[in-house]
Design a protein around this ligand. Structure first.
Ligand code: GLA
Length: 667
């Protein structure tokens, strides 16, 4: 399905957050809306956790309070992203249907009293949730405040896997659809090993706790199934909404930067536009790169169309061991970095800080301290800035290169009984992305089988598992003139996690012109020197070039002399995990070989530069300075934020943001 662009009713960029009026007496609502107007809020997400208020008893719905909230918002010209409220069933639901509660791998049923306390395969949950969706859509289908639907909330955040008997039955159905018969299943799972041969479907189970390592192919399929089980719920809600409100776009908030449990490439296809939540982790050494990473994944999932930052935080969150407040100015920079990368707005969790509950220490747009606070002042300033940036809405960002990201491959590589726990996928993709950020190159993400010919360079940081078709697509991409850099431990298994024999890197052996015969993972903290002076970690390989030119080889340890960095025409390979400096150098070398330059030349290290563009050529160069020193670069245009013109050169103050509009010809 083709995703329509994001066309909510407010004009310009969207600004607001989760609004939970059910947590407050009605007398507070008037003040909420007055302050929303003061801050420039034009969209709020209502009802995400309001199921208990909408359906206080089975089949008894009460909408009066929501009617009043929506009417108040309408009168104040604040549009609504109306939630379907299915993310947190009220206590009466599991009390009535105890088998709907999720079960963990040890067989422990998880109680209600938190949120997302349901099994994705529960027929009762599905029925009751869809009933609620139907009632909401029927009641508010023509409400003038309704701009978009917010399906559920952060699917899979807390109930990604359920191992109960109902899930087991649903898993079997999923497996039958995939493999047809038990012969297909036994073959795919390699059940000749350890006498795991299945002779009856009733014997097939989710990967529950076992004596020792379970079957990795079973674990992988269960992860695929779990993603699909939740996706089926999302699709069902989406279809129910489409029946009643075909013209209202619907989305759900993904978590593109730090959640890799769902196969978001499949998910993005059912959404009218992509929305994501992006929270920073206090221990990160480069939070601004984390922001960019999550944003670029979100944009790429939506195939480049405008998307929406549905939630981030004004300051601290509440769910880390140490919840760091954002220093002054960071709220604005984080928000505008998302906008730079294609978000048509910036929304927060949440509007007003809660007094009770698990998130009472989470920051908000309106903090406990009230309006006499730094956060509130920054919130008001951001609202004004976003108004000035209104012309940017619906423009798009062109990625200069692509990075391959595949969820099931990462799940398989991060499963048990791998050669080294240091060979995770998702952190490594993030690390390679960091090298591209530092190189000043705008990156898109792509699934492995995608059509990639428009990119001069494609990076494959970690693709342990690949199907023949997807491997062939990458080979055709190189045949067609593309440049490819592949990281270690890639192409080694097929889509059923079966090793590709004959030498590694399996599916990419011919393409890369190298043949690896043995892996030499390193002890914790170990390193290996390369002939070009760079340093590798975690992984080394014994092998030889079968056609590729050896650019660097290992100089010490048990694989001294084996190739570490190779180049077979336009297909490059690195067989170790280079440290950041080495990775930066290799990435720079590959970019240079393919003629890809930084978006803005001679850029100081902490300056983020991204360009959005309208089809008529009007361009917006976002310059976000994350450093403590002013940053001066060559650029021309009018700063949308200040109205100042710059011809030839612009200086961005420390921590500041400049958005230069140009006709596109000056670039
Ligand atoms: C997620 C959820 C919100 C809230 C925030 C807290 O994004 O969607 O409801 O819990 O996390 O950071």
């Amino acid at each position: 399905m083709d995703m329509p662009s994001l066309t909510p009713r407010p004009v310009g960029l969207l600004y607001g957050g989760d609004y939970n009026p059910e947590q407050w007496p009605e007398r507070v609502w008037e003040e909420d809306v007055r302050l929303m107007r003061e801050a420039g809020v034009n969209l709020v997400t209502v009802g995400v956790f309001a199921w208990a208020w909408l359906e206080p008893a089975p089949g008894r719905y009460q909408f009066g309070w929501l009617d009043r909230v929506l009417e108040l918002l309408r009168r104040n010209e604040i549009a609504v992203d109306l939630a379907t409220a299915t993310a947190s069933p009220p206590p009466w639901f599991p009390h009535r249907y105890p088998k709907s509660l999720p079960v963990d791998t040890d067989g422990r049923r998880l109680w209600y009293g938190s949120r997302q306390s349901f099994c994705a395969s529960s027929p009762e949950y599905r029925d009751v949730a869809l009933h609620l969706v139907d009632r909401l859509a029927s009641r508010y289908h023509d409400h003038p405040a309704l701009a978009m639907w917010h399906i559920h909330n952060e699917y899979g955040c807390h109930n990604l896997h359920c191992y109960c008997d109902v899930s087991a039955a649903a898993f079997r159905v999923w497996l039958r659809n995939r493999y047809g018969d038990l012969g297909g299943l036994n073959d795919a799972w390699g059940t000749a090993f350890w006498s795991q041969w299945y002779t009856d479907w009733a014997q097939v189970l989710p990967p529950r706790a076992t004596t020792t390592i379970g079957n990795p192919a079973q674990a992988l399929d269960f992860r695929r199934f779990s993603s699909d089980a939740l996706l089926a719920l999302c699709t069902a809600e989406r279809e129910a909404l489409r029946q009643i409100t075909p013209g209202i776009p619907a989305t759900t908030n993904l978590m593109t930067g730090n959640f890799f449990g769902l196969d978001y490439w499949r998910w993005a296809r059912v959404l009218d536009f992509v929305a994501t939540d992006n929270y920073l982790v206090g221990t990160s050494t480069a939070p601004h790169v984390d922001v960019a990473y999550a944003a670029d994944i979100a944009r790429s999932l939506g195939r480049g169309r405008p998307w929406l930052l549905m939630e981030h935080s004004t300051s601290a969150v509440n769910w880390q061991p140490r919840n760091l407040a954002k220093p002054p100015g960071m709220l604005r920079r984080n928000s505008l970095s998302h906008v730079a990368r294609g978000s048509d707005g910036a929304l927060f969790f949440q509007w007003r800080a809660s007094r009770s509950g698990a998130e009472k220490w989470h920051s908000a747009m309106l903090p406990h301290a009230g309006t006499d606070s730094r956060v509130w002042r920054e919130v008001v300033e951001l609202g004004a800035a976003l108004k000035r940036l209104a012309p940017v809405a619906s423009s798009t960002v062109d990625g200069q290169v692509a990075v391959v990201l595949d969820y099931p491959s990462g799940w398989a590589a991060e499963g048990r009984a791998q050669p080294s726990v240091d060979m995770g996928t998702f952190d490594e993709v993030r690390r390679w992305y960091g090298a591209l950020w530092r190189a000043g190159v705008t990156a898109d993400f792509a699934p492995p089988g995608a059509e990639l010919s428009r990119y001069p360079v494609v990076f494959v940081p970690a693709l342990y598992l690949v199907s023949d078709n997807d491997a062939n697509a990458l080979a055709s991409y190189v045949d067609g003139g593309g440049t490819l850099l592949v990281g270690p431990y890639s192409g080694v298994v097929d889509e059923c996690d079966r090793v590709r024999p004959g030498g590694y890197p399996g599916a990419f052996r011919d393409l890369l012109g190298v043949r690896i015969e043995e892996f030499y993972p390193m002890p914790a903290g170990g390193s290996v020197k390369l002939s070009g002076g760079s340093v590798g970690h975690a992984w080394r390989e014994l092998g030889r070039a079968t056609g590729a030119e050896v650019l660097e080889s290992y100089v010490d340890g048990p694989v001294a002399g084996s190739p570490a960095v190779t180049r077979n025409g336009r297909a490059w390979y690195v067989g170790t995990r280079l440290d950041d400096d080495g990775l930066d150098q290799l990435v720079a070398q590959v970019l240079a070989a393919a003629g890809v330059a930084a978006l803005v030349a001679d850029r100081p290290p902490g300056l983020e530069a991204v360009r959005r563009r309208h089809p008529d050529g009007t361009a917006y160069l976002f310059l976000v300075n994350h450093a403590d020193a002013p940053a001066t670069v060559a650029a021309t245009g009018t700063d949308l934020l200040t109205g100042a013109d710059s011809a030839g050169e612009v200086t961005v103050p420390p921590g500041g943001v400049v958005v230069l509009r140009s006709s596109g010809e000056e670039e």
